[in-house]
Design a protein around this ligand. Structure first.
Ligand code: HEM
Length: 165
C-alpha cells in the first residue's frame, strides 16, 4: 500500500512558480550547480561519495534528474504516487537509506542558497523545502514504512556549513 501524503495539493500556484523560476536560474549552469551540491553533500556525509560513484559518466545527471522530477511534477503529489513508488524501490536497490534523504535535502537547500544568494528569500526556501520534503517523506514512507517517514528530518533543518572546499 502506498504511503498517503496528508494533503493533495502540496504547493500553492505561486510556490510552484517560484520553484520553476529559480530552477531556470540554477539550470543555466547546471554543471556548476552540481559541483556545489556535491561539495556540500560530501562534506555533510563523506561516505555518500562511494554510493554516488563520482567517476561515473552518469553521475553528473543525478542532481538534474532529481530536480527535474521535483520541478515538473510537484504540483500534484497523489498523481505521482505510482511513479514515486517505483523510484523509491529503485533507490533501495541503489543502497539509499532513510537518513540519506535528509542529507540530500540539506545539500540541495545549501546549494540553492549559495547560488541564488538574495534571490533565495524565505518564500523560495519555504517552497523548495516543502517540495523536497513532500517527495522525500513519500519515498521514505514507501521504502521504509511510516516509522521511517516520521523520523525524517526536514531539509530546512540545515546547520550552518563552514565555507565550501
Ligand atoms: C526527493 C528525493 C529524490 C528524488 C526525487 C530522486 C530522483 C532520482 C532520479 C529521477 C534518478 C534517476 C534514476 C532512476 O530513475 O532510478 C535518481 C538516481 C539516483 N539517486 Fe536519487 N532521488 C532522490 C533522493 C536520493 C537520495 C537521498 C539518494 C542518496 C544519496 C539518491 C541516490 C541516487 C543514486 C545513487 C542514483 C543513481 C543510480 C545511477 O544511475 O547510478 N537519491 N534519483
Amino acid at each position: 500500500m502506498f504511503y498517503q501524503p496528508k494533503s493533495k495539493q502540496l504547493l500553492t500556484v505561486s510556490q510552484v512558480d517560484i520553484i520553476r523560476r529559480t530552477f531556470l536560474i540554477i539550470s543555466a549552469d547546471s554543471a556548476y550547480a552540481e559541483e556545489i551540491f556535491y561539495q556540500y553533500l560530501f562534506r555533510i556525509k563523506p561516505e555518500l561519495e562511494e554510493l554516488l560513484d563520482r567517476d561515473s559518466s552518469i553521475q553528473s545527471k543525478k542532481l538534474t534528474n532529481m530536480l527535474g522530477l521535483i520541478v515538473s511534477q510537484i504540483h500534484n503529489l497523489p498523481e505521482l504516487l505510482p511513479m514515486l513508488s517505483d523510484l523509491a524501490s529503485r533507490h533501495i536497490g541503489y543502497g539509499v537509506r532513510a537518513e540519506h534523504y535528509h542529507d540530500v535535502g540539506h545539500a540541495l537547500i545549501a546549494m540553492l542558497r549559495d547560488i541564488l544568494g538574495s534571490g533565495f528569500d524565505s518564500d523560495a526556501e519555504t517552497a523548495w523545502v516543502k517540495a523536497y520534503d513532500g517527495i522525500a517523506v513519500t519515498m521514505i514512507g514507501i521504502s521504509f514504512g511510516n516509522a521511517g517517514a516520521v523520523q525524517y528530518q526536514s531539509a530546512s533543518n540545515v546547520c550552518q556549513l563552514a565555507g565550501k572546499t
